[in-house]
Design a protein around this ligand. Structure first.
Ligand code: SF4
Length: 590
């Protein structure tokens, strides 16, 4: 493994992933060997190994089963199925059992919201879990049957393509878009991208031409292209489908970006939960090298460009481009201080363009048809089409491609939503729309989204939705800056308190104070967007909160008497002084 990774310390995350795949987990002795071979301090290796949720430094159970804890998986019955599996196996949730052979726990999101409840079994995605599968699965585990020998249909992943438009319906041949781009000079290509007004599809909508121009103009020994396939936003799975069913469009797009910025090397940063896509993508890259579509002298045009795939290891924050670059260099994925921005100092301190999977695929349409044709699709400020990942309370979850400008109501009608109470746009980090807003348009100038479109009908309790998002951010905060580390933890405690029936109006006011703090003082986008959905739900769906609140001014976050009960029983004292506001009845010695 070390030799295959050229003993390069920047490959540390890949080395750890590969070592874990071979050894099952990463014991200290193995980490010491890796540190010594790479001449890295052990502390640095430990810091990386302990940062990522899919890396295991402790002993690995033979069956490590992680149910997706996304709100849509919860709605599809994931928690009840996890509990049923635990009962069938006679084990406690989250704890290794059967001499450490089995563990049933949770993971944030698997990118399979359209075919949940989903879970990872030894990091292999299993879709459409059902009550009928609980007993057979427990039986397979009890008999020690290898996961590779479990029923294949349990692991089937559907693309669920529901609506194609300019991109998914283009029917482009491998290399077709790249050839069209290479027929233009880099300057001519950039001019077309500028004319197209293509904007980044990850959610922020930064103009692609401006990013590529800045990268090309930045001085450096080498320039790099990075495809951000760390699709961790709950409710988003469009990149999974692009990479599984349309990977040629993405790889062509990376070549187009490389031609524009002057790069010869690129990376696909693939989220750890998409491990199942790694081998097919590696095979495809090898095939393209054989076809002269990757490597040296591509298409006989003297253009050299090749791609490596880096696998993430379970950290939502790595979707932020500077955190992704840290991860790509083998460190914990903590966002960098910016400026400098990656376009001038990115991978290895060199000019780097980091683009979303969908943005790169769309660049191929511009290369083929030209900027003006692309710009004619969509709205004035949002040209082209947008892929939506539709999940939740709909008849037909899956991928829908629309020209920008489609209304929320049109999407709801197409996917078979009924009695819709709310639509969560752009994942946990986005806004929650009420029915009065369903006439709004999906577009940067109205409702921007990276692609997540989660639907909640009237049966759903939106407090539970907000609670799930708060849990998510508390879990995914990287802990680097205090407002986010503490603010997301405080929010979780407040929501747990309200859920337990101990909430008061002051707690909702405290949530609003945390919202202001997180938006204004967080170091990166994770913290500054962590309360958008929560605040929307508090504001627009107030009864979901108010019906849970008591009317008192203050109720402590925990039950002091319950916490003291064991000590009181042991000492035989009632210890009433423990309360700030004791019972007015005088104590015996007063
Ligand atoms: Fe990390 Fe949160 Fe701070 Fe971002 S805002 S750097 S995720 S602690």
């Amino acid at each position: 493994i070390l030799a295959a990774n050229h003993h390069d310390p920047r490959q540390l995350l890949q080395i750890l992933r590969q070592a874990q795949e071979r050894a099952g987990h990463l014991p200290t002795a193995l980490l010491e060997r890796i540190a010594s071979a790479l001449t890295l301090p052990l502390a640095q290796v430990l810091a990386t190994a302990s940062f990522y949720s899919l890396l295991r430094t402790g002993p690995a159970p033979a069956y490590d089963i992680l149910f997706a804890d996304n709100i849509t998986d919860r709605m599809q019955g994931g928690p009840a199925l996890a509990a049923a599996l635990c009962r069938a196996l006679e084990l406690a949730p989250g704890l290794p059992a059967g001499n450490g052979r089995v563990r049933v726990g949770t993971t944030s999101c698997t990118g399979l919201c359209d075919q949940g409840p989903a879970l990872l079994v030894n990091q292999r995605p299993l879709t459409r879990m059902s009550a009928e599968r609980v007993v057979p699965m427990a039986d397979l585990i009890r008999r020690g049957v290898a996961v590779d020998d479990w029923p294949a249909e349990w692991f089937r992943i559907e693309p669920n393509l529901r609506r194609r438009d300019a991109l998914l319906g283009a029917g482009l041949a491998p290399g077709e878009a790249l050839a069209a781009a290479l027929a233009r000079s880099p300057g001519g290509l950039l001019a077309e991208i500028e004319a197209s007004r293509l904007r980044g599809r990850g959610g922020a909508g930064y103009p692609t031409a401006a990013k590529w121009r800045a990268c090309r103009a930045a001085p450096g020994e080498a320039h790099y292209v990075v495809c951000n396939a760390d699709e961790g936003e709950p409710g988003t799975f469009k990149d999974r489908v692009l990479l599984s069913d349309f990977p040629q469009l993405v790889i062509d797009g990376m070549g187009i970006a490389a031609h524009a910025v002057g790069a010869h090397r690129g990376f696909i940063y693939l989220r750890g939960e998409y491990r199942h896509l790694l081998d097919p993508l590696e095979a495809l890259l090898a095939e393209r090298r054989r076809q002269g579509l990757l490597g040296t002298d591509i298409l006989g045009r003297g253009f050299d460009f090749d791609i490596e795939i880096h696998l993430g290891a379970g950290a939502y924050v790595c979707g932020e481009e500077s955190a992704l670059l840290e991860s790509l260099e083998g460190r914990p994925g903590r966002p960098r201080i910016r400026p400098p921005f990656p376009v001038s100092r990115g991978y290895r301190g060199q000019p780097t363009t980091v683009n979303n999977v969908e943005t790169l695929a769309l660049a191929g349409l511009v290369a083929i048809h030209g900027g003006e044709v692309f710009r004619a699709i969509g709205t004035a400020q949002s040209s082209g089409t947008k892929l939506l990942s539709v999940s939740g309370d709909v008849e037909r979850p899956g991928i829908y491609e629309y020209p920008f400008g489609v209304t929320v109501a049109e999407v709801l009608a197409d996917c078979g939503a009924r009695a819709t109470q709310a639509v969560q746009i752009a994942g946990a980090a986005g806004h929650c729309l009420a029915p009065a807003e369903f006439g709004r348009r999906i577009a940067f100038e109205d409702v921007p989204t990276g692609g997540s479109f989660m639907v909640f009908d009237e049966r759903r309790d939106l407090f539970d939705v907000a609670h799930a998002f708060v849990d998510f951010f508390a879990h995914e905060s990287c802990g680097f800056c205090t407002p986010c580390r503490v603010g997301t933890a405080v929010n979780r405690r407040l929501m747990d308190k309200i859920a337990a029936g101990r909430g008061v109006p002051a707690d909702v006011a405290e949530l609003a104070a945390m919202d202001r703090l997180l938006r204004s003082a967080s170091h990166c986008g994770l913290g500054s967007t962590a309360t958008l959905a929560l605040t929307d739900i508090v504001d627009k769906f107030r009864p979901a909160f108010s019906r849970r609140l008591r009317t008192e001014d203050f109720v402590p976050a925990f039950d002091l008497d319950a916490a003291l009960a064991p000590a009181r029983q042991a000492t035989g004292r009632d210890d009433r002084q423990a309360h700030f506001h004791p019972d007015p009845t005088p104590l015996p010695d007063e």
